[in-house]
Ligand binder design. Structure first.
Ligand SMILES: Nc1ncnc2c1ncn2[C@@H]1O[C@H](COP(=O)(O)OP(=O)(O)OP(=O)(O)O)[C@@H](O)[C@H]1O
Ligand SMILES: [Mg+2]
Length: 356
C-alpha cells in the first residue's frame, strides 16, 4: 500500500501543496518550524480523521482560513482509491472515499494501516497503559473485523454501567448490564491474548536485532486477576466500584508490560534504547500485518535521527527497507539521512510551509 499523491490546503503553515510520492522512501527535510511534522500530520489525519498532535482540530486549520482540505490517491496491489477530507472551523468534517461521502472514520483507518514513530511516541513505553492498549487494539482492528464492533459495544456498556452504579443500591440491579458486559469482555480479552501470542516472536526477533545486548520480555495483563471470571470480579467489587463511581477492573485496564533483564523497561533503558524498543514494536507489528494479512502499513517517522547513533540509524534503515513499506521520514538536514540511501527514494525540501 502506498500513497501516490497528496494534496494539502490550509493545513497548519502549508497553504497549498500537491505532491507525488515514491512508493518506498520519502524524505522530508527542512529547518525547525518549516512544516515537516505538519506534512506527516496531514497524512496521518487522512488515515484517522484526527491529529496525533492536537485534540482541537481548529488549531490545525491555517490561521484565518475557514477550513482545511486533504486529498490523496492510494494504491494497494491492483486496487486504487482516493480519499478526500475537509474540516471546517465550525467543527463539521466531510470525508469521501472514491468521491462518495462516507460516515465512519474507521473506514479510513481500515483503508490506510499506518504506524507513527515520533519523539513523543516514547509514551508507548513510559506513559500510561492507555498507549499500550492502543498499540494492541491497532493490531486487533486490522487483523479481526469483529474486534471494532465488539470493542465499541464494550465501551458503551461500560459507560452505561458506570452511570448505573450511581443509581443502584443492590448488585442484582446491575446484573442486566453485567451479563452482556462479561460476555464481550471475555471475548475481547481472548482476542487480545491471542494477538499478543501471535505477535510475540516477531517482537522478540526485532528486539534481538535492535537491542542484542538486552533481553526484553513482554506480558499481557488482561485488566483483572488471571484465571478468574470477570463476572465474579464485578460482583465482588460492587461496593468498591460504587464508592469510586466507576468500574475499576476490566478490559479498560488491560496492559502490555515490557521488562528488560527482569526489570520494567521504562526504568532501566536509556532514551536511545527506549526509542529503539518503540521502533522495534511498531516495525514488528507492521511486519506481522504483512505476514498474516498481506497488507503493508505505511510508516511515518518524525525526527528520525534524534537519540540514535549512526550504527542504530543504519539498523533501523535496513529493517525499514526490508519491510518493503512506504515510509515518510523527516530530518533537519540531509546529513541525518546518510545511513539511509535506498534505491527508490525521493527527497522533499520544506521551507516556510512550501514543499519542493
Ligand atoms: N494553525 C496554524 N496555522 C498556521 N501555522 C501554524 C498553525 N499551527 C502551527 N503553525 C506553524 O506551522 C509551523 C510548522 O510546524 P512543524 O511542527 O510542522 O515544523 P517542523 O518542520 O516539524 O519543525 P521542527 O524541526 O522544529 O520539528 C510552525 O512554525 C508553527 O508555528
Ligand atoms: Mg517537527
Amino acid at each position: 500500500m502506498a500513497i501516490s499523491r497528496l494534496l494539502v490546503q490550509n493545513f497548519r503553515n502549508i497553504a497549498q501543496t500537491d505532491l507525488e510520492f515514491e512508493s518506498k522512501f520519502n524524505f522530508i527535510v527542512g529547518n525547525n518550524g518549516s512544516g515537516k511534522t505538519s506534512l506527516l500530520e496531514a497524512v496521518y489525519y487522512l488515515a484517522h480523521g484526527r491529529s496525533f498532535k492536537s485534540a482541537v482540530s481548529n488549531r490545525i486549520i491555517s490561521y484565518e482560513q475557514p477550513h482545511f482540505l486533504l486529498h490523496c490517491k492510494v494504491q494497494e496491489y491492483q486496487h486504487q482509491w482516493s480519499i478526500g477530507l475537509q474540516k471546517f472551523r465550525q467543527g463539521n468534517t466531510i470525508f469521501k472515499i472514491n468521491g462518495e461521502e462516507a460516515n465512519k472514520l474507521s473506514q479510513l483507518t481500515h483503508l490506510l494501516p499506518m504506524q507513527i514513530i515520533t519523539p513523543e511516541g516514547l509514551n508507548l513505553l513510559n506513559g500510561g497503559p492507555i498507549y499500550r492498549r492502543a498499540f494492541l487494539d491497532w493490531g486487533l482492528f486490522h487483523h479481526n473485523n469483529a474486534f471494532y464492533p465488539a470493542w465499541s459495544n464494550l465501551n458503551r456498556l461500560l459507560k452505561q454501567r458506570n452511570a448505573a452504579l450511581q443509581q443502584v443500591s443492590d448488585y442484582n440491579q446491575l446484573l442486566i448490564w453485567d451479563k452482556e458486559l462479561v460476555k464481550i469482555a471475555h471475548q475481547v480479552t481472548s482476542w487480545r491474548a491471542e494477538y499478543v501470542e501471535s505477535l510475540r516472536s516477531e517482537i522478540e526477533r526485532t528486539c534481538a536485532l535492535f537491542l542484542p545486548e538486552l533481553h526484553i520480555s513482554l506480558t499481557f495483563y488482561q485488566g483483572w486477576e488471571k484465571e478468574t471470571n470477570y463476572g465474579d470480579i464485578l460482583k465482588r467489587n460492587f461496593q468498591r466500584d460504587k464508592a469510586v463511581g466507576y468500574t475499576m477492573s476490566g478490559t479498560q485496564k488491560a496492559d502490555l508490560r515490557f521488562r528488560c533483564n527482569g526489570l520494567p523497561a521504562e526504568d532501566v533503558l536509556s532514551r536511545g534504547q527506549l526509542k529503539l524498543l518503540m521502533c522495534a514494536l511498531r516495525l514488528a507489528q507492521g511486519e506481522h500485518l504483512m505476514t498474516q494479512k498481506n497488507r503493508h502499513c505505511i510508516f511515518l517517522i518524525d525526527d528520525f535521527a534524534s537519540e540514535l547513533d549512526p550504527s542504530k540509524r543504519e539498523l533501523l534503515a535496513h529493517r525499514l527497507q526490508q519491510s518493503q513499506s512506504q515510509v515518510f521520514i523527516t530530518a533537519i538536514t540531509n546529513d541525518q539521512l546518510i545511513q539511509m540511501q535506498p534505491k527508490n527514494h525521493r527527497t522533499f525540501y520544506v521551507k516556510e510551509g512550501r514543499i519542493d
